[in-house]
Each structure stands twice: as structure tokens, then as C-alpha cells.
Design a binder for this molecule. Structure first.
Ligand code: GCB
Length: 557
């Protein structure tokens, strides 16, 4: 039976590129994971934070195993390239700093083991992201697990997917739930069950087991009002015994993106008004805890948002879980951002595959984001081809959700790239970086007039505000809380008259580190958050949104 052991504690860390064999000799600093080496220097401005290779090491005794057991290490996120070594043998390399990856260490195990992991956040031309307005904190900054399974098991190599994929089709009050697993080894059958509904045994054919369970009178997953989750279980059977088991939650819902009504959920218009989230926070960078994630979610709930764009990369599994539980409508995306790199095509493909395969069961996810502002340095044939590949890939891995993109304002609305994804959005900053606030209105009016049949949304909009800067005469570019509020009040009123927008996402819920910045009285921080980087101070614009979005009466003292 599967055993999952958290192995975050008691690692050694060396902040220089010493090489695998020297990590323990060098007597590294004792640390626990989650860990980043840029917690401070990635947040202090100057764009001079350490980007390179550092080393993590850990010794451990061989766990108790049956002879045919398989042992995997599971890293939930190491930014951005990780190499895993066991007892001086390199076992694998993973490119991409925000997705889960697994390594089979079974054959390398000895009685006493030295596990060594190099993590590199240095620049290169093949792994995304390389250029963007946020700090690329290096490190093994999410949980690490050891997973022990018997030789027959639900697939651990399937891009780090859970080995169980759940989709549902809903007709009237009945849902037909498809459960599908990928299996390693020679087990012959899988028993699926949905708690409170029923179960079903199916054979394994060519490494795949698939079956449908019907739910009559389905309880829908219905957004923030009623995010109902079902519990599914898959048991792998060999000679009558259960040899592996995985659990997954899922939700049943229908939705559409309509050119006139915007987003509809379970048959009714469901206006999406929301925020974007970067994961990092002051002092710890991206090495955040579950409590911090929960705090973020509570703040997002308090403001009354019903959708989150999880920018600009794959977020922690725990955060997607929270989105399921809180009923958030999620835009999930890969960090294919700012500048297309011809040598990075392969990486966009693996990152998108990992995003989708690892997250396909989350009912909160409603679209897959292919890229962000990728056209700022021009739309080349190579970029276009790559997007076609990604768009097709997303459809082939998941035919239940649309693809989307966040376009830069300078991408002409007639460019073929605009309409490449199923639904699309623009990032607009009129009234902040350039132009007038009313240019936002005009942009959408012109677009809608020209393309009334196309579904469009607003993926980003915002203005920086430093709470230490206050004024009675707010003006664009002054970094005051007052201007931030003027800006957002205009946008809120603009949305009211344009119900066709499929979603709007404030940039950003929280201030975040962008070490290249030095402006508005702060170093290294993008201050477009409605809440400060330490989550301690809610800016005036936070309360503005709360007044517009939340049903609760409140007094802001
Ligand atoms: C954008 C980017 C985002 C930046 C934001 C800004 O369009 O997509 O990553 O942080 O603008 O604040 O300038």
C-alpha cells in the first residue's frame, strides 16, 4: 500500500555551486524546506538577487520495503531547474520552477543514502520564465515527499499527475462521471467508488482503467455559494488484494463563456469579478506555508471576489485545493511570459502538460492560460506555431475547458494571435502607465463593435499605491492610495455597463516582489496590490471593492 512521507526537515544547504559530491563535505547550513535563498535579496530592489545554482543535501536510511516496492521522491516546486542525485549518481533533471515532479530512486537506494539536489534559478534560454515583472526566487520552496508504492501502482510518472483523472458530463440532474487511471505494473483491475453514490470494478487494459459512475440528482459545485465536492477513490486490485489506493475530490458543474452574457455557471449568468494572485510574501519569498495560503484565501473571500487568476505560473496544489473548497473560478496558467524564446518551445510543452495533467480534477479551474503578454517583442512565425501547438495540446489533454491568453495592450485587435485561444483577454493599464481612464472604455467598445461574436475579458488592470503616500489631489502616476481608488472606481463602473466581459481580474490582490523595480517610494516591490506585501494593511481600494462585491454590510473605520 502507498505510503506518503513528508521529508521537509533536516536538509543541508550550500549557497554556491560546489558540485554534488561536495555538499556534505562543505558542511552546509542546516535548513528545513520550504526554502528559498532569495527571501531577502529578491525583495530589496536593484535586480541583483543571486541567480545561480545552489545545493541541498540530506542523508537518510533505507526505508523498510518489500522487495518489489518502488520509491519516488516528489518535489512540489523547485525553481527553476533541479537535478536530483542519489549516492553520487545523477537520476534526473526537471526544468520548470512551479510544477510537481517525481523521481524514481529505487535502484539507487543503499542502506545509508545521500540525496543531493541542485537547484538553479540562473538565466538560460530554454526554461520559462526568463523575463518578467516578478522575482524568480530560487530554491526547493515547496514540500518534498517520499512516496513508497508496490510494483503495481497508479502511475507516478505521468508528469506527476495523480494517476486518476475525473471528468463529468451533466444532463439535467444526472452526472455521468468518468474515472480514468494510468497503471504501472501487472495489476488487472481497478475499483472506483464515489462516496455516497456507488462503486464499479473495471479491468486494466494496456495500462489504462476507465469507467463511468452515474450520479442521479447531482449536487452541483456552484461557485462561492455552494462549492460542493464529491470524494472519489480508486483501488488497484491484484489477485483480489488492494495494492494501491488514491483519493481525489471532484466537483460537477456546467459552464459556458458567452459573447453577450459573459460567464454562465450551471445555466445562469455568473458575472466573474476577481483578482490575480502572486504567491510570494515579505520575508519568505515563495517559501510560504499552508497557513499563509489560507490567509490569502480568506482575504480574497473577504473582498467578495468569485474568480482568481493564478498568475503567472502553476501555484501550490494546496492553493488549488482551497480554490475548490471556497468555490473560486480559477484561471490557471504557465509562465510562458514576456518574450518568446525559440529554444524554450519544448519547455512550454512540458510545463503546459504538467499544469493540465496535475490539475485536471480541480473543479475550480475553468480555463488554461497559454501565455502572458508574449507578443511584446513581436509576433513571429515561431511564436505563432508554438501557440498553435500549445492550443492543440491543451485540447487533446482536456476537452472540457477552453484555452485562453492574456494579451498585451499593444497587440492589435486584428492580429491572428488575438483569436488563437478559445476565449481571450487583454491586460490594459490605461489611466496608469499611459492614456486616460476612459481609454479602457473605448478599447472595449471598439473591440465589441468590431467583433461582437468574440468573447473578451480583462485579465489585468491596476495602479500602484504606497500607503505612505496620501494626497487630496490624486493624479495618475502619483502612487497614492487615493489615485488607486479613483482608478478602480472608474473601472468598476465601466464593468457595470459591459456585462459581456467574461471576467475581470485586478492586478493584483497583493503587492509582490519585482526586484527590478525602484519607484513610488519602495525598492523591489510592485505596489499594485489591494493589500500590502506583508498582508497586514488593506489599502482604500480594497474597501472599495468590498463595498461593490461583498454582500455583507461593513464599516471601514
Ligand atoms: C503586466 C504583466 C504583469 C506586471 C504588470 C505591471 O502586464 O503581465 O506581470 O506585473 O503588467 O504591474 O506592470
Amino acid at each position: 500500500m502507498r505510503k506518503t512521507i513528508l521529508i521537509n526537515d533536516d536538509w543541508k544547504f550550500v549557497k554556491e555551486n560546489v558540485g554534488a559530491e561536495k555538499v556534505f563535505v562543505a558542511q552546509g547550513e542546516k535548513i528545513n524546506i520550504p526554502h528559498t535563498w532569495n527571501a531577502i535579496d529578491g525583495q530589496d530592489g536593484g535586480n541583483d538577487y543571486y541567480r545561480g545554482t545552489c545545493w541541498y543535501g540530506k542523508t537518510f536510511q533505507k526505508p523498510e520495503l518489500y522487495s518489489s516496492d518502488q520509491v519516488y521522491l516528489e518535489f512540489r516546486g523547485a525553481n527553476s531547474t533541479a537535478e536530483v542525485w542519489m549516492n553520487n549518481t545523477k537520476l534526473s533533471t526537471h526544468d520548470g520552477g512551479y510544477s510537481t515532479f517525481r523521481v524514481n530512486i529505487t535502484d539507487a537506494l543503499e542502506e545509508e543514502n545521500e540525496l543531493v539536489v541542485s537547484v538553479d534559478n540562473g538565466p538560460n534560454d530554454r526554461v520559462y520564465p526568463q523575463k518578467a515583472d516578478f522575482t524568480f526566487y530560487g530554491g526547493a520552496y515547496r514540500d518534498v515527499y517520499m512516496v513508497i508504492v508496490s510494483d503495481s501502482h497508479f502511475d507516478m510518472d505521468y508528469y506527476g499527475g495523480s494517476g486518476l483523472q475525473i471528468t463529468s458530463e451533466i444532463n439535467e440532474r444526472t452526472a455521468v462521471v468518468n474515472l480514468k487511471s494510468f497503471i504501472t505494473g501487472d495489476a488487472k483491475a481497478v475499483r472506483y467508488s464515489i462516496e455516497g453514490v456507488g462503486d464499479l470494478e473495471v479491468p486494466v487494459v494496456d495500462g489504462v482503467a476507465s469507467g463511468n459512475i452515474k450520479i442521479s440528482e447531482v449536487h452541483l459545485w456552484d461557485g462561492v455559494e455552494d462549492p460542493y465536492l464529491y470524494e472519489a477513490k480508486a483501488e488497484l486490485l491484484k489477485e483480489g488484494n488492494v495494492v494501491d489506493r488514491i483519493d481525489s475530490r471532484f466537483g460537477c458543474r456546467t459552464f459556458s463563456f458567452d459573447k453577450d452574457k459573459g460567464f454562465t455557471l450551471n445555466g445562469r449568468p455568473y458575472p466573474l469579478r476577481g483578482v490575480s494572485r502572486h504567491q510570494d510574501r515579505i520575508g519568505v519569498g515563495n517559501a510560504i506555508t499552508k497557513e499563509m495560503m489560507m490567509e490569502d484565501m480568506e482575504i480574497i473571500k473577504e473582498i467578495g471576489a468569485n474568480t482568481i487568476r493564478l498568475a503567472h505560473y502553476q501555484h501550490d496544489q494546496y492553493f488549488y485545493d482551497l480554490c475548490d473548497e471556497y468555490g473560486m473560478i480559477v484561471w490557471a496558467e504557465i509562465p510562458y511570459i514576456t518574450e518568446h524564446m525559440p529554444n524554450g518551445r519544448e519547455n512550454t510543452i512540458t510545463q503546459l502538460t504538467e499544469l493540465i495533467v496535475q490539475n485536471i480534477n480541480h473543479p475550480s479551474i475553468f480555463c488554461w492560460g497559454l501565455s502572458n503578454e508574449i507578443s511584446v517583442t513581436g509576433v513571429t512565425d515561431d511564436l505563432m506555431e508554438n501557440h498553435k501547438t500549445l492550443n492543440d495540446l491543451a485540447h487533446s489533454l482536456d476537452n472540457t475547458r477552453p484555452t485562453t491568453m492574456a494579451h498585451a495592450f499593444m497587440l492589435e485587435i486584428d492580429e491572428p494571435l488575438v483569436f488563437l485561444p478559445d476565449i481571450m483577454s487583454y491586460n490594459l493599464y490605461y489611466g496608469w502607465y499611459l492614456g486616460e481612464l476612459t481609454d479602457n472604455d473605448t478599447f472595449f467598445d471598439d473591440f465589441h463593435k468590431k467583433y461582437p461574436d468574440k468573447v473578451i475579458g480583462l485579465a489585468e488592470y491596476g495602479a500602484d499605491a504606497n500607503p505612505r503616500l496620501q494626497t487630496e489631489t490624486p493624479e495618475r502616476g502619483d502612487y497614492t492610495e487615493q489615485y488607486q481608488s479613483v482608478y478602480h472606481e472608474h473601472m468598476l463602473n465601466m464593468f457595470r455597463e459591459r456585462p459581456y466581459l467574461w471576467a475581470t481580474h485586478v492586478w493584483n490582490m497583493f503587492d509582490f516582489a519585482a526586484d527590478g523595480r525602484d519607484e513610488g517610494g519602495e525598492n523591489g516591490i510592485n505596489q499594485k496590490g489591494l493589500v500590502t506585501f506583508d498582508r497586514k494593511y488593506k489599502k482604500d481600494a480594497f474597501y472599495l471593492y468590498k463595498a461593490y462585491w461583498s454582500n455583507e454590510p461593513f464599516v471601514h473605520l
